[in-house]
Write a protein that binds this ligand. Structure first.
Ligand code: ADP
Ligand code: TRP
Length: 325
């Protein structure tokens, strides 16, 4: 049985990059393999690496849960939970930290980026240990498949390594997870042409109202080519986002127009805006209809289920490493 697992850090509003890089792949996978189990969670403890504003964190967790539900995660079939409700993660953290060498963590891209950005006084130990926390999210629950965007590949590879290492040292305990990167949407580009990311402030968010979306779309930089000049769609950020949310036929027509010089960038942007509104509004309506208390209850109920699985795993680990007498 496949157990597919992923999570989106509640550091901001869920955006188009998260949807295509993480949420849609998991919903599509489940549609293809309806017999598989889906674990979709909120990595609150990962968000706490940088987000230390309690009200914002609370809001983001609640909104994140609602977005999962609004985007098609059926709570009867998906296990939707929050990592911070499960204290067993901390127990396993200590064990795996002691089996991970410093050099290994120092080579992680995300850590290296953080070192380049911050001074040692700003850099937290939590940032350094981030991949260990993430590996635990995955191997605690015997996940078989982990859909993530390109930036997270190295972290999933670390989860595989640490699972293999533990199994070799102490006997078969963890499932070694498979990576699942959707090739055609490896990195969704943001409104400024860089990777769409909350940290770059270049996202199209599902909580943006129509006015905000319009402003963001208008600001997408394009080349200096004139109205009637042929344009290469693959070099255009507007097209890069549009192609994600249109049908194959619409895509073929749009590409033809770009190449023939029948489309100004202004028209391309109007078209993107129109398609974005049509794509986002059903999700936004479902989001708005969800009740906070319903979400809180779901979190508590699913935490109980997750705790049972996690406790069993940690007790097995404790037995194998010699803690249990
Ligand atoms: P952000 O960079 O905005 O902080 P997260 O790090 O919270 O996004 O990403 C959550 C999930 O969404 C991860 O699996 C990540 O790989 C995926 N993801 C985020 N941004 C993109 C993107 N631009 N393209 C593809 N996947 C993305
Ligand atoms: N680190 C991931 C990100 O920034 C989020 C995450 C935490 C995650 N734990 C995970 C993703 C486990 C997949 C599986 O996007």
């Amino acid at each position: 049985m496949k157990r597919i697992l992923t999570g989106i850090k509640p550091t901001g509003d869920i955006h188009v990059g998260n949807y295509f890089g993480a949420i849609k792949p998991i919903i599509d996978l489940w549609a293809k393999h309806p017999d598989s189990e889906i674990y979709l969670f909120i990595p609150s403890m990962h968000a706490f690496t940088t987000l230390h504003d309690p009200d914002r964190l609370r809001t983001n967790i609640l909104n994140g849960m609602k977005m999962y539900l609004a985007m098609g995660a059926d709570p009867d079939r998906f296990m939707i939970y929050d990592q911070s409700y499960i204290a067993w993660h901390a127990q396993l953290t200590r064990v795996l930290q002691c089996l991970t060498h410093m050099g290994f963590m120092e080579r992680m891209h995300v850590y290296k980026d953080a070192v380049a950005k911050w001074t040692a006084t700003d850099l937290s130990v939590g940032t350094f240990c981030y991949p260990i926390l993430m590996a635990i999210d995955i191997i605690m629950y015997d996940a078989t498949h982990v859909p993530v965007g390109k930036d997270q590949i190295q972290h999933v590879e670390f989860a595989r390594d640490i699972a293999q290492k533990f199994n070799k040292m102490f006997g078969e305990t963890f499932v070694v997870p498979e990576l699942f990167v959707r090739k055609e949407v490896q990195t969704i580009i943001g409104t400024d042409g860089r990777k769409m990311s909350k940290s770059y402030n270049n996202v199209l968010s599902f909580l943006d109202d129509e006015n905000t979306l319009l402003k963001k779309v208008k600001k997408i930089p394009t080349s200096m080519l004139g109205i009637d000049e042929p344009k290469n769609p693959d070099e255009c950020n507007v097209y890069g986002i549009t192609k994600l949310i249109i049908t194959e036929e619409e895509d073929a027509m749009l590409r033809d127009k770009y190449l023939a010089g029948w489309l100004s960038f202004k028209r391309a942007k109007d078209y993107l805006y129109e398609k974005l509104v049509a794509f986002m509004s059903p999700i936004q309506s479902k989001f708005a209809a969800l009740d906070d208390d319903y979400v809180r209850k779901l979190l508590t109920e699913n935490a109980e289920k997750a705790n049972i699985i996690a406790e069993k795993k940690v007790k097995d680990v404790y037995q194998k490493i010699g803690f249990t007498l």
